[in-house]
Design a protein around this ligand. Structure first.
Ligand code: ARG
Length: 281
């Protein structure tokens, strides 16, 4: 049941203006600086790779007022509603510098024929950055602790009519679940052990038959935990995570290494640069 559509945000105005997470500053505490020409090349290569994998890529233009808008996993959470119609839940972004992104995605969703749902709870919820589908079992793993509040998951579960398994994060370098966890299909997932509380870890161990461990250094240096498996066969990730790549290949997955260095400066990589979603036929 892997959706075949991806939404990407063309990175107009992408830059680092304030530090929303620890990755956005260098060792001296200064904000990192984005090379926009490089960032654009990386984005284009990623889009081309998805197209070559047979995915339908849709593009929304980021607005320069919102420097992080390229990270389009965060503003919505896609699902199929009770009538099996493609729908999204709107996020409640933690930072004022990102709140304005949500109405722009809402507009895109409505114009694209998706149903739009709002949560009654006013708690934090950063969409597919924290709520990650396991499309094979149609369950959601729900990260909480930094951007998303645990309290939203009961409401989300009843809205989408699917099980949501909450897992707690406790290391601010892994501030979104998608920085330290991904699903791979066939009851497989990959995770960064150090990012989770003991309860979070045992919830993951109960939920999947196979868990591939991502080495901490590869998750920090190459954002390996932000890899993306669109279909249970291919995995796309930042170049350089050699141990994790070997584990993926051993598991029979086809690995595609890309460059997302300009986005890692802002604390994001492959997984957060797209939204995977259902669209109307
Ligand atoms: N600078 C952005 C933020 O801190 C990066 C978001 C990356 N997205 C993600 N799903 N991990 O909000």
């Amino acid at each position: 049941m892997f959706p075949r559509h991806l939404l990407m945000a063309y990175p107009n105005g992408y830059r680092i203006e304030s530090a929303l997470n620890p990755h956005m500053r260098d060792a001296e505490g200064r904000l990192k600086v984005v090379d926009f020409a490089k960032a654009l090349k990386e984005w284009e290569a990623l889009r081309a790779l998805y197209t070559s994998l047979g995915l339908n890529v849709h593009v929304i233009e980021a607005k320069p007022e919102w420097p992080d808008m390229v990270f389009c996993a965060n503003q919505t959470f896609p699902f199929l509603d009770s009538a099996e119609k493609p729908a999204v839940v709107l996020s409640h972004m933690r930072s004022d510098t990102r709140k304005g992104e949500v109405p722009l995605f809402e507009k895109w969703a409505r114009e694209s024929g998706l149903r739009v749902h709002e949560l009654k709870s006013s708690e934090g919820f950063e969409g597919s950055g924290d709520a990650i589908w396991d499309f094979d079992s149609m369950r959601v793993i729900g990260g909480y602790g930094f951007r998303t509040d645990q309290g939203v998951y009961a409401e989300l579960a009843s809205l989408i009519k699917c099980e949501v398994i909450p897992v707690e994060l406790h290391d601010e370098r892994f501030y979104h679940l998608d920085t330290c966890f991904l699903t791979l299909g066939k009851s497989r997932a990959a995770y960064v052990q150090e990012a989770f509380t003991p309860d979070g870890l045992s919830a993951l161990k109960n939920a999947f038959q196979t868990l591939i461990r991502i080495p901490l250094n590869e998750a920090i240096d190459h954002f390996a935990g932000n890899a993306f498996c669109p279909d249970g066969e291919n995995v796309v990730l930042q170049k350089g995570a050699s141990q994790f790549v070997a584990s993926l290949r051993e598991a029979g997955l086809c690995v595609h290494e890309v460059e997302t260095r300009e986005y890692i400066k802002a604390g994001g990589s492959v997984f957060c640069m797209k939204q995977q979603l259902w669209m109307r036929a």
